[in-house]
Design a protein around this ligand. Structure first.
Ligand code: PLP
Length: 384
């Protein structure tokens, strides 16, 4: 009999998905199979309706008034690259944090080298927490943008997006938020949080398939497109149209992934983000409690589950992270991730750059038993 795997690497990609997601992807490929804007037939109209309804669901999840201000992208990395490269032409100053994923930090470093963009990364504390006052203190005359993650993918730390949004608004600076780790777990309202641009991905907390994400851009903000090409509309124009979402959506959309994302959003909204969050807090609380009793255990990030998303990073004194993670899978069928998790500066911030961490991360579909199995396995391996 095949051993049941316990999957605790949901911060990378959530798995499994709600059953409705699998059927929606298959149904789209089998029965719809066409592309938005590439015809006037009934199938194309149905595909357009599907894409629009998905934008409407995303809009209602994030408090966005006009669903057409959401462009589909492949993932959060793609969305962040569009926003950063389309906004910063050179000479501007950008403020970010030391907890960013490479999806933010690498495009910024590229822009620093190629366009002379000036960067300030505000150093967070040992739990990955950001002091919003430090953001305000570093604003310069040429600060054009503040870009930051909503939640760290290393420590799970929830960042003060609300407070930083207010600062950005007061100083008339654009505010871009990376919601890769928060969409689907934390309530997000772009208006209340003064978010001008929101980058998200479909395959993590939103429980959709890979290959789909999005970028919301507030009315009045124009982003120079990263990719130019056909949109199925305004074909007489030699340049990319100004209208959103076509401005940022050249090329054929990933319809099966959009169909899957729509089904995922419907099931998430049936459950309710608040309930999903309560489930996440309960599992994270249990994980913090269960793991903290293990000999040599060091847990990084905030002590309280309510201050983090469903991510717990740890090391165990005397054990190599890679060997421990391999034993967890080989001996107990438990999948976690170890290493730097594409966020090296976050590890420098919390002091784990040399060792990396083991990261266990939960989704809506994990249970108490999964978390208890992880703690039991670690106790056995570490002989505690
Ligand atoms: C905080 C953060 N930002 C951005 C990304 C990039 O997401 P994607 O791989 O979907 O582009 C990730 C993925 O791990 C992440 O954790």
């Amino acid at each position: 009999m095949k051993r049941r795997l316990i999957y605790l690497n949901n911060a990378a990609t959530s798995f499994p998905k709600p059953k409705a997601v699998y059927s929606a992807v298959l149904n789209c490929m089998r029965n719809l199979g066409v592309s938005v804007g590439r015809g006037t037939d009934s199938l194309t109209t149905a595909a357009e309706r599907l894409a629009y309804e998905t934008r409407v669901l995303i809009a209602s999840l994030f408090g966005i008034k006009n669903p057409l201000r959401i462009a589909f992208t492949y993932n959060a990395t793609h969305a962040l690259n569009i926003a950063l490269k389309g906004l910063l032409s050179g000479g501007e100053h950008v403020i970010t944090t030391s907890m960013e994923h490479n999806a933010v930090w690498r495009p910024l470093k590229h822009l620093e080298r190629t366009r002379g963009v000036e960067l300030t990364a505000i150093w967070c504390d040992g739990e990955g927490k950001l002091n919003p006052k430090e953001v305000e203190r570093h604003i310069r005359r040429n600060t054009k943008l503040i870009v930051m993650t909503h939640a760290s993918n290393v420590t799970g730390t929830i960042m003060p997006v609300h407070e930083v949004g207010e600062i950005a608004k007061r100083h008339e600076i654009l505010f871009l938020v990376d919601a890769a780790q928060s969409a689907g777990s934390l309530p997000i309202n772009v208006n209340e949080m003064n978010i001008d641009m929101l980058a998200f991905t479909g395959h993590k907390g939103l429980l959709g398939p890979q290959g789909i994400g999005g970028l919301y851009v507030r009315e009045g903000v124009d982003i120079e497109p990263l990719i130019h090409g056909g949109t199925g509309s305004h074909s007489y124009l030699e340049e990319q149209p100004y209208e959103m979402p076509e401005r940022l959506e050249a090329g054929t959309l990933n319809m099966p992934a959009i169909a899957g994302l729509k089904a995922a959003l419907e099931s998430l909204m049936r459950c309710g983000v608040e309930n999903a969050r309560q489930h996440e807090i309960a599992l994270t609380e249990l994980m913090l409690q269960e793991l903290s009793g293990i000999k040599g255990m060091r847990i990084y990030g905030p002590k309280r589950a309510s201050e983090r998303v469903g991510i717990v990073s740890f090391t165990v004194d005397g054990f190599d992270c890679g060997e421990l993670a391999t034993s967890l899978e080989k001996r107990f069928g438990i999948i976690v991730r170890w290493g730097l998790h594409c966020a090296p500066m976050a590890h420098r911030t919390v002091g784990t750059f040399e060792t990396g961490t083991i990261r266990a991360s939960v989704s809506l579909l994990n249970t108490d038993e999964d978390v208890i199995a992880l703690a039991r396995a670690l106790r056995k391996i570490c002989n505690a």
